[in-house]
Design a protein around this ligand. Structure first.
Ligand code: F0G
Length: 487
């Protein structure tokens, strides 16, 4: 018997479609509200999808963080949680899982990914340091800056091209990395960070060869490599699909090799193992001891680190499931289906399809909206109003202001529609594609946004905005003209 190891299987007379290789046994009722109610909800949320109440959301595609579906085995494992402040058996099961899958001996649980970033940044970054990386993540950058570091993004020249057939847009540019060491000297490079399935540029993976090359430069300079493994499963899956050397490799071997190049691996298990929490792991006792005291200070004792024992149990099982092709291919297959369907009709989406979600290029979608009026935020608001689909702005609203108070315009303005693992069905995916197509055909009706309340730190989370002019009214009127009473 051959094992089915991918969710995209061949059909006889059908188009190529992804198939769910799991069955649904627990469900949650969803509500698709009428458009007037959705518009009211969007207004109440200050045109910020983070501030929506999920009772008004139909398909929640804000993120895959903490929203992946858990497996029966994960839920079952929670019943054996061993509640203890210190020395919990749940921790030892998690420690074993992380050792088995990531190949790292010292394992520190933390309450979520950014807690790992806090500890790593406090311990290893000093004022004036630089941290080269393929691309930043929002919380990563803030932690590094707070500790006096400067993030240097040294992606390749092709990384930000929206339409592309480049398989590894998450690669670090090796020449740029060497230039960083030449310019700053190894003593000012705190470490080199590689983020698996580079989140903010569209879930784009790096190749194993690139990791090897980065590792070589790090070794030559005596510098650590730190791997953000929050989306490592999907990156490994894309290495298998796109890097010929790994076509027949086992995911667990790919994961092991990837982690083997890193001196330190940290992760958000809200993503990688479909639970909550996170962790830092390393084979170096010295590195471990440098972080251990902060772990106890900020997170909790070394055997729970701010996580509940139930979550720790589910994390352990989720770690092993990340090695299963049918688990980690599910989200990329559905994303690929959505991306290719939108791309086929000329809608600007990031290609090739990556991990985490379908990323729509807002500047290409609504070129009439200047970047100063936040096209990705405007598109997120418009899509919610016409569909009840909640996406996430990943553009200038998610950026910051410079010392003169001007917006630092984002490299790319993206509307991210996340596909949490095993959550949405194909008909829901088709609904997403359909409503995005309608919006594209009516894109000239969409306008920009302006601030009403702008918090100084991580403004995208809690900030409130409003439409520039009355474009939402025109959009709603057109929707009603086309769909009548239909939702
Ligand atoms: N690193 C990456 C690559 C991430 O994508 C995230 C979170 C973190 C670190 C921080 O982890 O949320 O557990 O503290 N990404 C989420 C997202 C928030 O929606 O993409 P966390």
């Amino acid at each position: 018997m051959t094992n089915q190891n991918s969710t995209t299987i061949k059909f006889y007379k059908e188009e190529q479609i992804p198939v769910e290789l799991h069955k649904v046994r627990v469900v949650q009722k969803l509500f698709l509200r009428p458009i007037d109610e959705r518009a009211k909800a969007m207004e109440a949320a200050g045109f910020n999808t983070f501030l929506l109440d999920t009772s008004n959301v139909f398909l929640d595609m804000l993120t895959d963080s903490g929203t992946n579906a858990m497996s029966d085995n994960q839920i079952a494992s929670m019943h054996q949680a061993d509640d203890a402040y210190a020395g919990s058996q749940s921790f030892y099961r998690m420690e074993k899982a992380v050792r088995d899958v990531f190949g790292k001996h010292y394992v520190m649980p933390v309450h979520q990914g950014r807690a790992a970033e806090n500890i790593i940044s406090q311990v290893f970054i000093k004022k004036g340091d630089v941290i080269p990386m393929n691309y930043h993540f929002t919380t990563t950058k803030e932690h590094m800056m707070i500790n006096g570091g400067t993030v240097l993004e040294i992606y390749t020249d092709k990384a930000l091209n929206i339409k592309s057939s480049e398989p590894f847009k998450g690669n670090i540019d090796i020449d740029k990395l060497k230039a960083v060491f030449a310019e700053y000297g190894a003593e000012r490079v705190a470490f080199v960070r590689m983020e698996a399935s580079t989140n903010l540029i569209g879930g784009q993976p790096f190749s194993m060869q690139n990791m090897r090359d980065v590792k070589k430069v790090c070794d030559e300079n005596g510098t650590m490599m730190v791997l953000d493994a929050s989306l490592i499963g999907e990156n490994a899956y894309m290495i298998k699909k796109r890097e010929p050397e790994f076509a027949n490799a086992q995911i667990k071997d790919i994961l092991n090799e990837m982690c083997g190049y890193a001196d330190m691996v940290y992760f958000s298990s809200r993503k990688v193992s479909s639970t909550r929490g996170g962790g830092i792991c390393t084979n170096s006792k010295d590195l471990y001891l440098k972080m251990r005291d902060l772990l106890v200070l900020f997170e909790g004792f070394t055997t729970y680190g701010g996580m509940s024992t139930r979550e720790i149990e589910a994390l352990a099982v989720g770690m092993y499931e990340t090695c299963d092709d049918t688990v980690i291919s599910q989200s990329p297959s559905f994303i690929e289906y959505a991306v290719n369907s939108l791309d086929a009709v000329g809608i600007p989406v990031i290609t090739p399809a990556g991990a985490l979600g379908c990323h729509i290029d807002a500047m290409g979608f609504i070129p009439q909206v200047p970047q100063q009026q936040y096209p990705a935020g405007a598109l997120a608001a418009a899509l919610f109003i016409v569909s009840g689909i909640r996406g996430m702005e990943r553009g200038t609203i998610s950026s910051i202001r410079d010392e003169n108070g001007n917006d630092i315009l984002a490299d790319v303005e993206l509307l991210r529609l996340a596909f949490p693992r095993r959550v949405f069905t194909l008909s829901q995916t088709k609904f997403v594609i359909d409503r995005v197509k309608w919006l594209y055909d009516n894109r000239e009706l969409i306008g920009g946004l302006e601030w009403v309340e702008e918090p100084p730190l991580l403004r995208f989370f809690m900030g409130r905005l409003k439409p520039v002019g009355n474009w939402t009214e025109k959009l709603i009127a057109k929707f009603k003209a086309d769909f009548g009473d239909s939702l």
